[in-house]
Design a protein around this ligand. Sequence first.
Ligand code: ZN
Length: 303
Amino acid sequence: MRLSCIFAVLLSLFPCTAWSKACRWDDASLSYQGTALEQATCLLRAVGKGGTIADTEAPLPAHLAARIGQPVSVSRSALRRYLQAEGIQETSLGGGLDEPLSTTEGEPAHPALYFVIHDTSDILCTREEFPGDSDSPDASWNMAATWESSKQAHLFLTRDGAAYSPQGRTFSVPWRATKHEMTIGESTRGRFLHIENVQLRRPEVEADAPLTNAEGHCVNDRIAQRPGFTPKQMHLLALTYIAASIRAGEWMIPACHAVIDASFAGGHDDPQNFDLEAWSEAIDAVVADIERISSAAAVFNHG
Ligand SMILES: [Zn+2]
C-alpha cells in the first residue's frame, strides 16, 4: 500500500478534529461553509494572547447554540416596550428597529449575516496594573468624543455601558472592518456588522526591557483586561445582538474578529478574554426581561 493510501485509510478511521486556522469562505454565497451553527462554532473559537486561535471548535453555550440561525421569537414591539422601560433610545443600538440591516450590492443582494465582536485594544504604555477608573464614564476611553468620529466599525460599546455610533453610522450602512472583507473586496461590503468594545491593553515586556520602540510606540499590547468586557458591556452587547437579530429576522452568526482574519499575516487578536458563557447568559437575561415586561403589559391591557 502506498504511503498516501495509508494516510487516507488512517484519516477515515480517525477523522481530523482539529480546525484549520481559517473558517472556509465561499465566494458564491458570500458566507462561510456549513450551517449557521457550524459557522459559529468555527468563528467563535477562543482568541488567545497575541492572536492565537484555538484549534478546536468553540464550546457554544447550549442556549446560544439553540438560537443561532433560528427565527427570533422576540417581537419588535416587545423589545420597544423593554427599551422604553429601561430608558434606552432604540436608535442607539445600531439604528431603528424598523430600518433594514445593510445588504451587499451584487445580484442577488445578501443581507448582513455576521455579528462581529471586536475589542478596541487601547494601549497604555505602562507596567502598572490597569487603572481603577477604567470603567468610569469620565475616563477618556469611555467618552463619546473618543469614538464619534472614528472610521472604524458600526458601533462602540464603552466600559460604562454606553453605545456610540461612529460618524452616525448605523447597521443599515454597509461597512467593512476586517482584512478578510478588504481582501475579498467590495462584494463583502454589507455582509458583516462590526461592534467594537472598549478594552485597555498594556505591553508584555521583560522587567528591564523598554516599553517603547525607537519610534516611541508601545512595543506590544499583549496584556488585556480580564475579564475582557465589563458586565455593563456584556449586557449592552447582548441587547445589541438581540436588536440586530430581530432586524435580521433570525439570530445572526456571531464571530470573533481575530478568527475571521486568522489567515492573514499581522492579523488581529481581538476580542481578548471574551467570556462566551457570560455573553450567552446576558442574552438569556435580557430576553427574559423583555418577555417579563411584555407579559406584564399584556396583563395590564386586559385587566
Ligand atoms: Zn477588531
